[in-house]
Ligand binder design. Structure first.
Ligand SMILES: [Fe+2]
Length: 214
């Protein structure tokens, strides 16, 4: 089975994730939709969370959110998993890269992490410029989608940018609009808002509790 959840934030919202890692089967895969929060805060809680994720015995794939220590994540080597580039954090944990389509159990997953944070995070020192997509990552997204004939099984984003708040991520907004208008998909899973909410027939916002994909 493939599950997804979002926004564990370095252990602040990870109760159900901890339970999942104890109970999941070896062939299950958990996809985390961003704000994983590895080495984000210099706290005991965050360090314990880092250890739990980096030593996980169950399979985890994640996209990045806006609250990530990107400098830390980028120290991990690039490899290939599920037919596209990933950063390999451990034998079981991989970071899905923005703009690629991954083939998992016969299904195609378009992945695109990141988005812009509100300004309050910069003075706290908890902000990295890599949170926003680059032109190259956006170009990769359009190229990948077109290579699939604009048809994939699932869309995975941290933020589904709908232009409803003051920190709109412009390039992401255009990409989300493009997907809405041009891409044939079964279901779109997104995090970011820290709530579980179905928006129409094909968009599901998830939070800290695992939800089966499909
Ligand atoms: Fe979050």
């Amino acid at each position: 089975m493939i599950y997804c959840l979002s926004d564990p934030h370095g252990g602040e919202c990870s109760g159900a994730l901890t339970k999942y890692l104890e109970e999941a089967g070896d062939s299950d895969l958990l996809i985390i939709l961003g704000d994983l929060g590895l080495k984000f805060r210099d706290t005991e809680e965050n360090r314990a969370f880092d250890d739990m994720i980096l030593s996980a015995k169950k399979k985890i794939a994640f996209i990045d959110g806006n609250h990530e220590n990107f400098d830390f994540l980028e120290t991990f080597p690039i490899g290939e998993r599920y037919g596209a580039p990933v950063r390999i954090l451990s034998e079981n944990v991989v970071w899905l890269q923005r703009g690629y389509i991954y083939e998992i159990d016969g299904k195609s997953f378009f992945a695109f992490g990141g988005c812009k944070s509100s300004e309050k995070w910069k003075p706290m020192g908890l902000w990295w410029p890599q949170e926003e997509p680059t032109e190259e990552q956006l170009a990769c997204a359009y190229t990948s989608l077109k290579a699939y004939g604009n048809k994939v099984d699932y869309i995975l984003t941290h933020k589904c940018e709908q232009g409803i708040d003051t920190t709109e991520t412009t390039g992401l907004r255009k990409l989300c609009d493009y997907i809405n208008e041009n891409v044939d998909y079964k279901m779109w899973y997104a995090g970011h808002w820290h709530k579980y909410k179905k928006d129409g027939e094909k968009l599901l916002f998830v939070y800290d509790v695992p939800v089966p994909i499909g």
